[in-house]
Design a protein around this ligand. Sequence first.
Ligand code: FAD
Length: 616
Amino acid sequence: MPSLLSFVSVSLLSLSTSVQALNFKNSSSCKVLPSTPQWPSETAWAELNRAVAGRLSQPLPLASVCHSTMANYNPSACEEITDKFKTGSTHANHPTSSMWQNYNNYSCMPEANAPCSNDGFPLYVVTAQNAEDVKAAIDFARTNKVRLNIKSTGHDFLGRSVQPNSLSIYTHNMKSLKWFDTSFTPKGCTKAIPGAAVTAGAGSQWGDLTSSANSRDVMLVAGASRTVSLGGFLSNGGHGSLSAYFGLGADMVLEIDAVTADGKIIKANECQNQDLFWAMRGGGGSTFAVATAYTMQAPRTVPTARYRGRLNNWDEIVYMHKQWPKLAALGVSGYINGYPARGNGGVSLEMTMPNATSDRALEVVLDPILAGMGREGSGRDRGGDRDDNDERRSKRSSTSARRRRSLANRGSYSYFKTWAEASVQPGVYDADEQEERRDLERRQARASFPGTGSNKIITSWMWSTEDCAHPNMAAALKGAFDTDTQLLNDMTMGVGTWKTPYMRGGGNAVNPAFRTATMRPAAELQWSGTNPATLKKKEADALRFGTSLRSIAPNGGTYANEADPNSPDWQHAFWGSNYERLFAIKKSVDPEGVFYCRACVGSELWSDNDGQLCKN
Ligand SMILES: Cc1cc2nc3c(=O)[nH]c(=O)nc-3n(C[C@H](O)[C@H](O)[C@H](O)COP(=O)(O)OP(=O)(O)OC[C@H]3O[C@@H](n4cnc5c(N)ncnc54)[C@H](O)[C@@H]3O)c2cc1C
């Protein structure tokens, strides 16, 4: 980890921010900028460094080794970084890097001819080990009016963990773990909550936590990626293959250890700091406080069934969307993933049934649905005179018989006696991790998680049972894709998110749309290059695709972690009717706006003018 001293030769004055600074407002309603008299002195930074036991640094961008203008230029290190730039953990392991470069203005790409500067990244970083480090950073940012960033893995699809001209709290190393085998009593409560629970540092990543839970025969509601961390996931909801049965990650939280905007180290739970407890389970990260640890319930392991197969074309995709509510009502979670507007339009279909009561429990439900595939929909088989119809009928039955056979051939069921066995199978989001196990050449040849290291915009909308039956559903879905755009439908909502079995404190702040949704179809746009015109076009495409998905459920909403930050009325799209309460809590717990992030509660009170944050 680069220390403050190791970068002492890289004066911030040498960065182009100094030129920009002259053009910025110097008002008391703005966050301060480097190279202005208001920016903290070297002595003040050194004091902060002492307060955090030397864990303050001024990291250069990850790809700076590729640029002869940068102090740490190193061609052989550049080769390695260029290769690893497409893997999520590379960005997670660097104190300022983030997965999607469109959110840092392409400030430093691993391309020798591109410019490289710290302009789009935090300038100082506290690599926090404990709540006291977090408190020191928050107090410093508040007192000196320095823009504050919080980064754990840098996975955020809306670029919320990378901010220019900022001091960043890097929570990645906060990975403490403490298990409670039989019950947990939240601080200030008198009654124990029965069942196993775990208190994990906010920087913990789901891969490590799932392994730890597996070894104890219990389960945690994790996402589909091993590298996502608790901080961003739990703060906006967090869904995975257990969610349709057990609820969202945020629904499982019993207590949050946090540091508030005024520097208090607190615990929020159903007995104390209830407003924060409600808001920090669904109302967004980097908004109300910095979480340092979460305590989550861990149900006992259950037998699990899984199906993996394919859908071959739009008709089959639309059919499965119509059928899905039947599966959601049984607590089955699934994913549809692929490029439906490309080639023949084949996509993958994966589903997980937790608590499968027999080794054929999923087949019993799914086989009749698969058997119906091709019988419904296109209308091509209807009409004509009787003879013609008979001939067609006979053709149709042989076609659908073949289809059933081929469906059975290309799909397969698995049954696992415990969730632990099922959870170690690679999932839909696992390209990244599989990638890292491969040797360099193969890694270069094969794709990592789409868009990693370059550009990504996701637009999505939640659909309920009624929406799946809407007469315009097929058109709404098809209108959201061009040949370059990936469909990733997280069908992870169901009976467990509708009536959450583990929720504490009477509710939480996740978008109420989760409580009626069966699925969240997403159009994922990813592309390479740094051309601003392409970015503009993709932003416009994302708005168009989002409008299509939204058209059949205009009063619904989507998941704030996997959405387009430019969505119209993002406040209600991301948090629905909870927004007004969240906004009031934000104003009460962070009146000075110490915490800020893009399209986060209260961010409409600020403008980001080329990297300077000013109150509107
Ligand atoms: C490959 C991949 C797979 C994914 N799979 C899923 C999935 O299956 N299910 C799902 O629900 N989501 C999934 N996501 C989305 C994921 O939940 C979000 O990207 C989430 O924001 C990541 O959180 P993080 O802490 O890892 O990332 P970061 O980008 O570091 O942080 C995200 C946001 O949370 C804030 N934050 C982080 N830590 C804290 C903290 N301790 N206190 C306060 N604020 C904090 C940051 O400031 C930022 O605003 C996936 C994302 C990727 C890239």
